[in-house]
Design a protein around this ligand. Sequence first.
Ligand SMILES: Nc1ncnc2c1ncn2[C@@H]1O[C@H](COP(=O)(O)OP(=O)(O)OP(=O)(O)O)[C@@H](O)[C@H]1O
Ligand SMILES: [Mg+2]
Length: 260
Amino acid sequence: MNADALKNQLNINPSKGRIVAIASGKGGVGKTSFTLNLSRTLAKQGKRVLVFDADLGLGNVDVQLGLNPDMDLSQVVRGRAMLSEIVTQSNLGFDIIPGRSGSEDLPFVTSLEQRNILKDLRAIAANYDVVFLDIAAGINEEVLSFARFADHTLMIVTPDPSSITDAYAVVKLLKNRHGIENCRIMVNQASSQLEGEQTFEKMHTAGKRFLNVHLPLLGIMPQEKEYMTAVRMQKIAVDAFPHTKCAENFDAIARKVAQL
Ligand SMILES: Nc1ncnc2c1ncn2[C@@H]1O[C@H](COP(=O)(O)OP(=O)(O)OP(=O)(O)O)[C@@H](O)[C@H]1O
Ligand SMILES: [Mg+2]
């Protein structure tokens, strides 16, 4: 029996569940801070986590962490560094791949493909339990290509109606244009549990009725002023305010994500 046949028989897929895109239709819903809080929580639970700052226009993972890395993705797309060389340790128990700083206008998706960056990322992912892709908001091809590449996509939605319709548009394009149905719904900034549930129901019902896509719920995160304060202080909310509902929810969500 060759290695592939053995792998199939044992049902071992080395990348299964490991690469998780964090997406949204609308910007500013909380993708980056969610990614960092989740990564920190998973790290505390003993998981090896990598965050790839895939918001290629306005990457801000390093900003939210108060880091100033020497190298970022722009060196990689120019062929001046390998992806593995820019993996940076944060002091929070997880690693990051810093995005580029923003001003340049490289054809990024093409560069990623030409330089085999996603292939390299898959290889690097073998060293981690979970790799998060913090991707840009919206429905452009760059966004879709990361969501297609990921094993799972966590779609962040807030109760804001435009956040819901924009998220729906991304789910629709993924399904209709690419046949991808890998999204779970993460409601953020809910003012109550009920509002969170209603937000989820809207997404879930629309997905089922109009797209025949099942959109499971990952979780509901309340809007908390401590969370906002933490982001402003460039701190991780679960560290700065460990006794909040958000921190409690991150614990439960991290356990779910580890099982994806
Ligand atoms: N659960 C929450 N409670 C309170 N404030 C929140 C919550 N989640 C996010 N925010 C606030 O929303 C703002 C945007 O968060 P963040 O930068 O993480 O969003 P983003 O989706 O990554 O944005 P962008 O699309 O610009 O990359 C932050 O100022 C943060 O404080
Ligand atoms: Mg962001």
